[in-house]
Design a protein around this ligand. Structure first.
Ligand SMILES: Nc1ncnc2c1ncn2[C@@H]1O[C@H](COP(=O)(O)OP(=O)(O)OP(=O)(O)O)[C@@H](O)[C@H]1O
Ligand SMILES: [Mg+2]
Length: 341
């Protein structure tokens, strides 16, 4: 078998095929530092909470970080920022390694194929994704996978545009970034990212309204809609304003990049939007309206929204890994079947 992995600023997910079903395993890409104490030790050792102990500190990692942060009145921290490993966060590497190992599990046989998503280099900052990508690749190789990076936007095309011969524009609106890829028969002809996504929207709306960022994030994730019916002034009004600004920003960059790449005129392609930030009702419509008003040099046959926006990247990485999978050798299969002594 093969696996797909989405390494995101907020969520890390693996995908694997079991019969006709795709099975996902997910963890929050987050951790919290708590003081070592007997109570903490007892709580942790009696549970399956992911944690690391280092000197007199304990780090609770993944989904449980938020619960522990609330109990111990601490802030959660993130190993990644703006789509890649955070350079401000010295503890990032061991935390990410633990989350990734838990999410992907052991390979079924040595050298099992695994595709992991990696962002395109951002066009609006001078950050490079190379160090991030190579670090993730080495974690996965250490666990025994044959790991290969796949562009995040390309993963969206594998996941959502199979029925259109893997041709179209795929956009993943994440937490730290937005990734864009235009592919023609599964060949990427243009790909880039911008270092803005849901985190940027939250930070701007928080600053504008004097509200803590975490509060803004939970308002946004809890039934917020882009219907422009809300009164100006509140957090929801501010969220709408920055959402619209993010869409305009991304569309402007798409128009510029397409011009630079000299994309064939007369192309007529579908567009798919996905990622957690594309979740609110009204997002697809707002995006389509702005895209129609833009001066894109090719025509768009329609804008659609992925059915499960948080899963598309992992699913696409799985599709790519499966299509590139080599049959295990007899030796590998034998070593898998061998009972432990
Ligand atoms: N229901 C929702 N409504 C609005 N936003 C949401 C919702 N659910 C999640 N989000 C937002 O989606 C973002 C996370 O999306 P996603 O998991 O696609 O990002 P990621 O892959 O972790 O990040 P990136 O690709 O930028 O590295 C966060 O900003 C989160 O607040
Ligand atoms: Mg993502």
């Amino acid at each position: 078998m093969a696996k797909g992995l989405d390494v995101g600023t907020m969520n890390i997910l693996s995908a694997r095929q079991e019969g006709t079903e795709t099975v996902f395993v997910q963890q929050r890409n987050s951790f919290v530092e708590i003081e070592y104490s007997d109570m903490a030790e007892q709580m942790l050792s009696r549970s399956d909470v992911l944690h690391i102990r280092k000197d007199d500190k304990v780090y609770v990692v993944g989904d449980d970080a938020l619960n522990f942060a609330n109990i111990f009145n601490k802030e959660t921290r993130r190993p990644m920022q703006a789509g890649i490993l955070s350079s401000d966060e010295q503890s990032a590497i061991p935390m990410m390694k633990l989350i990734i190992e838990q999410v992907v599990g052991e390979p079924q046989y040595p050298g099992e194929r695994l595709y992991f998503s990696s962002p395109a280099d951002p066009i609006d900052t001078d950050l490079s994704t190379l160090y991030h990508q190579k670090t993730i690749e080495s974690f996965l190789n250490d666990v025994g996978y044959d790991a290969e990076p796949i562009n995040e936007g390309m993963s969206v095309i594998y996941s959502e545009l199979a029925d259109n011969s893997f041709t179209g524009l795929g956009i993943s609106f994440g937490a730290g970034m937005t990734n864009v890829c235009l592919a023609y028969y599964a060949v990427p002809v243009m790909k880039f990212s911008v270092a803005r996504g849901g985190d940027w929207v939250d930070e701007q709306a928080a600053q504008a309204t004097g509200t803590p960022v975490d509060k803004v994030t939970s308002i946004k994730e809890d039934g917020f809609e882009l219907d422009f019916q809300t009164d100006v002034g509140g957090v929801e009004g501010a969220l709408s304003i920055y959402y619209e600004n993010l869409l305009e920003y991304v569309i402007k960059r798409i128009v510029n990049e397409v011009d630079e790449e000299d994309i064939e005129e007369g192309l007529d392609v579908p567009v798919v939007v996905t990622g957690g930030t594309a979740s609110p009702n009204g997002f697809e419509k707002l995006f389509e309206d702005h895209l129609t008003d833009s001066s894109l040099p090719f025509s768009v046959s329609g804008v659609s929204h992925a059915e499960e926006p948080l899963y598309s990247v992992a699913r696409g990485a799985l599709v790519a890994a499966r299509s590139d999978e080599e049959e295990p050798t007899e030796e590998q299969t034998a070593s898998e079947a061998e009972p432990e002594r």
